[in-house]
Write a protein that binds this ligand. Structure first.
Ligand SMILES: NC(=O)c1ccc[n+]([C@@H]2O[C@H](COP(=O)([O-])OP(=O)(O)OC[C@H]3O[C@@H](n4cnc5c(N)ncnc54)[C@H](OP(=O)(O)O)[C@@H]3O)[C@@H](O)[C@H]2O)c1
Length: 294
């Protein structure tokens, strides 16, 4: 890296070869002042997606990233440090979901969903968080179901999630308890919910909140970290039955990714697609319960 040149700004999106991730890259290419990285666990699928955007006159860059591989996460970290001195915008979007009708045993669903959607995210977070630059924006793609779960699980478990003293370590304990109970087929008896996917969304809310708390004592200026729910969107994940197109759903991700310098808020919040903030930590004030979106 040439230390005499001003560093170019850079944005990256995980799981961006299709769906909402691809839409965020498309919109960032149009609106972000800097390089935009489309990342994908599969190099061929990622490069195909880059070509698709090039046909639209856009110019994303590509880097391989499998969020379940520490080696892959470390490689991308090195790349951004070497070429940009860090990251300006991180959109943490990659995820999997079993279909509601899936016949895969719940213990297996829970293990795989936690490995991909929780530990994948968490490892991206804790590895890349230290290289987010001042004025950086971190966007977690979550879901309102994450908040709903807190009112559905056993109140003692919910209280552990809502505790102001919760730490990353205590959250990991809860996650591992859930997987253990799911594998033993005792998750309902022990007060958990019936879905691993939404449970992870709860954990992502918590991670966002915990990291926002870390930022209070962080010397880097003006970093904002938030989680959003894009509403139900037409992607492979929903079987294309969502209310919004992926580009429409991606708007809330863009809003958080491009919050202006020194905006101060939102910080550590869950925002719905219409920018409503969900007071998920306060059981009595929490009203956005509703049925699952799809
Ligand atoms: N669609 C909705 O209505 C909706 C609503 C709320 C929240 N969300 C959340 O939004 C995110 C994107 O959803 P989507 O609807 O766009 O899903 P999607 O169409 O199924 O796309 C998921 C993307 O994540 C990638 N991915 C999965 N595991 C990965 C890993 N370990 N490393 C790197 N990439 C990985 C997939 O890559 P491959 O192509 O290689 O499989 C794919 O590119 C998810 O986190 C989802 O939970 C979606």
């Amino acid at each position: 890296m040439d230390s005499t040149k001003p560093l170019k700004r850079v944005a990256m999106v995980t799981g961006a070869n299709r769906g909402l991730g691809l839409s965020v890259v498309r919109l960032l290419c149009k609106r972000f002042d800097g390089d935009v990285y489309l990342t994908s666990r599969n190099e061929e699928r990622g490069k195909e997606a880059v070509k698709e955007l090039q046909k639209e006159g856009l110019d994303p860059k590509f880097h391989q990233l499998d969020t379940t591989s520490m080696e892959s996460i470390d490689r991308i970290k090195k790349h951004f440090l070497e070429h940009y001195g860090g990251i300006d915008v991180l959109v943490d979007n990659a995820g999997i979901a079993y279909k509601v009708k899936s016949t895969v045993p719940f213990g297996e669903q829970a293990t795989n969903t936690i490995a991909n959607n929780f530990y994948g995210r968490y490892n991206v977070y804790r590895t890349l968080f230290p290289i987010v630059k001042p004025h950086g924006r971190i966007v977690e793609v979550g879901g309102r179901s994450g908040a709903r779960i807190l009112n559905a699980i056993n109140p003692d478990l919910a209280a552990r999630f809502r505790s102001p003293e919760i730490t990353e370590e205590k959250l990991v304990e809860l996650v591992n308890e859930f997987v253990r109970d799911a594998k033993e087929g005792k998750h309902l008896e022990r007060g958990w919910d019936t879905t691993a996917y939404s449970f992870v969304k709860t954990c992502i809310l918590l991670l966002t909140w915990i990291y926002a708390r870390h930022l209070k004592d962080d010397p880097r200026e003006d970093i904002l970290i938030n989680v959003c729910c894009p509403n139900a969107c037409q992607t492979d994940m929903t079987g294309w039955i969502g209310r919004k197109t992926a580009d429409e759903g991606a708007e809330i991700m863009l809003y958080l990714a491009l919050l202006p310098p020194n905006a101060e808020t939102p910080q550590g919040q869950l925002l719905l697609d219409d920018k409503e903030q969900v007071e998920w930590r306060d059981k009595d004030n929490y009203t956005v319960i509703g049925p699952p979106l799809y």
